[in-house]
Every structure is written in C-alpha cells, then in structure tokens.
Ligand binder design. Structure first.
Ligand code: GUN
Ligand code: ZN
Length: 457
C-alpha cells in the first residue's frame, strides 16, 4: 500500500470517560493529519507539525466541515437478517418464529449467503462501520460466505456458526456433536486468518440442549483468544422460558456460566433484564453486554440501563450494537440516537463524548480488540471514518446555532445517519467514498506542495 494522509478535525479517546473525567480522555485536534501506510496509522498530529515531516509525494486528502474518528464497531448483528429488517408486529419469540427462522433457511444456499454478505458489508462501510461481530446461520457455508466477503474487503470482523439443536424448525437444527465438529472446523479455518476472528455461537439457551451448551463451552475453552456470542435476558417471556427449560439454574446467566460460557470475550446480546447479582457476576468474569437499543425499542423488549451496567464499583463492559434485523438501522449514529433515548428513560443524559466513546474505543475495549482498532493512535490499524458535519440541509442549518464542538457532535449523533459518512478507510484503503457530488461541503485532494502553501498563507 502506498502511504496517504488525511487532514481535518479528528477525535479520539485515550481512556474511558465512564471512569475518568472527559477532559482527560477525549482528544480533539482541530486541524490534524493522520498518515496511513501499510494498513496502519504510522504518524499523526497537528497539521502544521505533520506538514513538516510527512514524506514528499504523499497525497493529502483534506476533509473540511467533518470529523475524523476510528471506524465504528457493531458488536452484535445478524448478517443473515438483512432481508427482514422492519418486520411488522411481533415481539421476540413470535418474531423469531414468523420471520427469522424462515429467512435463515435460505442460507442453506451458499450463493444466497454470499450475495447477502456482500450487501451487508457494503452497507456497513457506507455507515462508517469497520468491524462487526455477526451471527452466521446454522449452515457452515453461511460462515464461509461471510468470511470470504470480509476477507476480500480486508475487514477485521468476527463471525460464527449458529449452534441450535431444539425449539426451531427441523431444517435449522444441528446436534451437540455436529455443531461442535462444524464450529471447530470453521474456527480452525478462519480464526486469525488475516483480520478474521471466530466466535463460538450458541444462539441462546432456549434453542440449545444442555449437551450442546456443554459442547460450546468446551470448544470455546479449548481455543483461547476466540469469542463467544449469544443472547441473554432480552425479553421477559424469554427469561421465563429459560426458567422453565433450566429450572435447576440460579438464573439465565447462570445457565451459560455453568457450561463454561462466561469470561473475557464472551459477548451477551441485550442483557436488559439481568439482576444485580448477574451484573456482578458479569463484571467479575469480564464478559460484555452488547447494547442494541434500536432492536430493543423495535421488538418492545425494554431498554438497558447503560450507566448502571458501567457503574465504577462493578463495571460491566458494554459494547454498542445494531442487532439487525431486529435493529432498524445500519447507522451507528442512529444507534447512538436511540442509546441516548434509552439512557434518558433511565434518568441519565448520555453526553456526546460518552456516546462516541461507546461507538469506538469503548466497544473495542469490551471486545478486547483495542490493541488493533478503536482509536486513532500511531501503530493502530487504519480503520477510520470521516463524518460530514453538514450532511443534510437541516443539519447544516442546525449546526449554525451550535456553540461548541461537543454540541456539534451531539447534533451529529441525533440527526445524522449514513448520509453523514463521507469516507471509510479499511486498513488504510479507501473502501467507501461518498464522492464529490455531496449535497454540501468541500471535498478536495491537495498535493503536499499545495498543502504547505495553504499552511503558509
Ligand atoms: N434471541 C435469539 N435469537 C435472536 C435473534 O436472532 N435476534 C434477537 N434480537 N434476539 C434473539
Ligand atoms: Zn441478536
């Protein structure tokens, strides 16, 4: 890869604003430059300094009226549900039976899976998302299809074969043994191949027998560094169902715990109705709740109390997620908009700083991928999004009344969506570019000479 530089206002986090004062951890460079080479951020700093030291001949792309930050991370999503987003009228269990389990059967056909994976990943890049943790389906070919598309785009993504051996249509069922064997083969093929990572993926306790959860726990424990993803305590009827199915356990989380499915890199979708004791256990084991507010509102599941989950006395990791196709938007900006509303319903105002931290470094830390991605820092992989601060006429108008950068960020997350994504870089390569025909804002690539001349003016 040839080196390139991007110039504009950039935002990054050096620590956790849920644990430390915002001013100590949020870094904004009003006119900065990032140097991207060999897939990494190799240098960064104020433009006036960087213009003196970036090598001759490196093209500098300038983004005005924009903010540059680490690519967004979607920590819980179902790529195979792309075709059922916005399915009307049901709550979780009925929604699974009436829409999800029907759509997922089409993924027995690998060509279909490949087509959907491509559409899904292109749409993620259009939304500025550079890493996802997605469920495949029960068919191993659907996981191959996803990783093949992800590898072509050189994205750092997580995927796994859904394991389920009961309470779903016959065509979607595997067995404890076949799910172990097929998952193991996929894990050995894909985990650590380039930027691809594997998650052992029991769908949720109701669709797995105790034997299958035991097999999932064994496979995950045998392969340190891999992920585990599932769902927990999303819907009150689901919680009651798990009580019936697993009466000898202390609660929903305890089912996973007893089968070896709690620990670091364990990603639990939703967690809305977890008890204080369960939150304490999650904190102790280092697991992560993936917060999916657009889905939770859409399915009428409830709303997570993020501030309670992140309580400094026993912090639980929280990642941000869309949970498509129960989630209603690929856009992490729209997800932040709903995260704010969920926090409001819990009596908390989520600041823009906290929100953008969650969308980037917070989720990277929760997933333990923060050594690679999640913030802008020399040596990090160059997954970067450029967001237009004036992507629609009404946002442009509203920004005119904003008193400072924080307020502009808040307007961006409240009113912005995929139209705000001006450019998405994956491992230093421009993989999505909104183009010059944008409604507003200047977009220009200047030579280094021109940049230096402009800086001298
Ligand atoms: N619980 C088990 N499977 C699913 C799913 O596909 N989506 C959601 N939102 N919850 C689930
Ligand atoms: Zn889900």
């Amino acid at each position: 890869m040839t080196a390139k530089a991007i110039r504009g206002t950039y935002l990054t986090f050096t620590g956790d604003p849920f644990m430390a004062p915002m001013k100590d951890v949020m870094k904004v460079e009003e006119d900065g430059i990032l140097l991207l080479a060999d897939g990494k951020i190799t240098d960064m700093g104020p433009a006036e300094e960087m213009l003196q030291r970036i090598p001759e001949g490196v093209p500098v792309t300038e983004y005005r009226d924009s903010v540059i930050m680490a690519g967004f991370i979607d920590s819980h999503v179902h790529y195979a549900q792309t075709q059922i987003i916005g399915a009307y009228g049901e709550q979780l269990i009925e929604w699974l039976n009436n829409y999800t389990f029907i759509a997922e059967q089409q993924f027995a056909n690998k060509d279909h899976a490949s087509e959907v994976a491509e559409v899904f990943l292109r749409e993620q890049l259009r939304a500025g998302t550079t890493t996802v943790s997605t469920f495949g389906t029960v068919y191993p070919g659907s996981v191959d299809a996803f990783f093949e598309a992800s590898e072509r785009l050189n994205m750092r993504n997580i995927c796994g074969k859904v394991m389920m051996d009961r309470n779903a249509p016959e065509a979607l069922l595997d067995t404890a043994q076949s799910s172990y064997d097929e998952s193991k083969a996929l894990l050995e093929k894909w985990h650590g191949r380039g930027r691809q990572m594997y998650a052992v993926t029991p769908r949720f306790a109701p669709t797995s027998s105790p034997e299958q959860l035991k097999a999932a726990g064994a496979l995950w424990q045998e392969n340190p560094g891999t992920f585990m993803q599932t769902h927990v305590s999303e819907n009150v009827n689901e919680v009651a169902w798990v009580k019936d199915l697993y009466p000898e356990h202390e609660g929903y989380l305890d089912v996973y715990d007893k089968y070896g499915l709690c620990g670091e890199r364990a990603l639990f979708g939703h967690g809305i109705h977890l008890t204080e004791a369960e939150l304490a256990r999650l904190s102790e084991t280092g697991g992560t709740i993936t917060h999916c507010p657009t889905s939770n509102f859409f399915l009428g599941s409830g709303y997570l109390n993020v501030h309670n989950a992140r309580k400094p006395e026993r912090p639980v990791n929280v990642g941000l997620a869309t949970d498509l196709g129960a989630g209603t938007s690929f856009s992490i900006l729209q997800t932040l908009n709903e995260t704010y509303k969920a926090a409001q319903l819990n009596g908390n105002a989520l600041s823009a700083g906290h929100a953008f931290y969650m969308a980037t470094q917070g989720t990277a830390k929760a997933l333990k991928v923060d050594d690679q991605v999640g913030n802008l820092d020399t040596g990090k992989e160059a997954d970067v999004v450029v967001l237009d601060m004036k992507s629609t006429p009404i946002i442009d108008y509203r920004m005119g009344y904003a008193k400072d950068f924080e307020e502009r960020l808040f307007i961006l997350m409240t009113m912005g969506d995929d139209r705000a994504t001006r450019a998405t870089y994956v491992a230093g390569e421009l993989m999505y570019d909104r183009g010059e025909k944008a409604e507003t804002g200047a977009y220009a690539t200047f030579s280094l000479g021109e940049q230096r001349a402009l800086a001298a003016e």
